[in-house]
Design a binder for this molecule. Sequence first.
Ligand code: HAM
Length: 421
Amino acid sequence: MAQPKYTTHPGMVDILPDDARKWQYVEQLIHREAKIFNLEEIRTPIMEQTELIVRGLGQLTDIVSKEIFSFSRGDDHYVLRPELTAPVVRAYVEHHLEQRGGSQKLYYIGPMFRAERPQKGRQRQFHQFGIEVLGTDDAVADVEVIAFMIHIYNTIGITNTTLKLNSIGDPESRESYKKALKAHLKPNFESLSEVSKKRYDKNPLRILDSKEEEDQPFIESAPVITDYLSEGSIEHYRKVKQYLDDLKIPYEEDPYLVRGMDYYTETAFELISPDLGSQDALAGGGRYDLLVEEIGGQPTPAVGFAAGMERLMIACEELGITLGENKKVDVYIVTLGDQARKWGVKKLPELRNKGISATMDYKGRSMKAQMKDANRENARYTIIVGDNELTEGTFTFRDMAESEEHSLTFEQILARFTPAV
Ligand code: HAM
């Protein structure tokens, strides 16, 4: 086949009909379960002001320094949103959502953009679903967020996951840990990887996330943040673990778990799957108690997570999980001759108005070709109509799977579908 002239941007993919059906199934499941968890949907624009994202995520993070799709219009600078926590906080502050009362329990599904090197499970346009709970510092909220995340995977059938958990404490805890970490790394500074050398002064915690071989011995022997937590952070972390135990949600503590954005405080977590290869994080999240204030709102503690839809799809494929149903249609009207075709065109809306999915041939093909097309469309029934049928007012109603035929009036055919599908 000739190479197409126009193609998608690398790392951005078309979701074609056979896959889109699976996506719809998962999205509907998320909407349904979100309702059960008493979450409300929020939808924000695809682009945001550059300053919001820089401020929100942190200038020195990989996302902001390397992966942003940005553009300008006049003096206004925008980015394609790389994540939704900062945009949701922006919406919360902009629309005074705190005035709705109580804590805001929000969820979202949508595309995000990061100019990363594409590989399996890592795209430049990818999709997340996630939740943000704003207005509470209660450890119950942390655990509700984690419980929803795990519930979605379990409902789909992805159960062989590992919840990694850490506390990165409040800013004071983190400052004293940073000092200890730098003191530990200093004697070996020259042996660190180039990336880690750069992070040493600016963002030493991110060194713990390094995948570079030469950094590993120093990471393995590094002090752990949990030894530097303040009383308040220890207590919050203890409660989170206690509630997780109460709910029988297993977790692995990982004192080196740090997340990719600067806004995190206290609880940090990731959900890992062995079925994903090198990009093994299905989802991640944590607390961000200072972000609302950072963005210009009143101090408002908050917690959330986001999950990668593409990685969820990959895990399902690896595990052989079927998502949704194959393409199918209830009725295919097979017509012979012009009169029958006219009849078919009129009957399609009558079927559809009863909630019966229906289609017919658009090309004036032979009956044999239409029957073949009905099979390709995975039609449950065909109605076969020719001049004789029109005169008699009864039609051949064929059950395609059972290869069974009945001669029925149109009303009798409709009655076969009641109660409405
Ligand atoms: P994140 O860890 O950057 O967190 O992303 C969450 C999930 O999105 C990842 O675990 C992964 O499944 C998926 N993901 C990230 N980047 C890509 C990519 N390039 N291609 C495919 N999938 C990807 C956040 O975005 C935070 N906003 C989560 C959060 C919400 N924290 C608090 N509230």
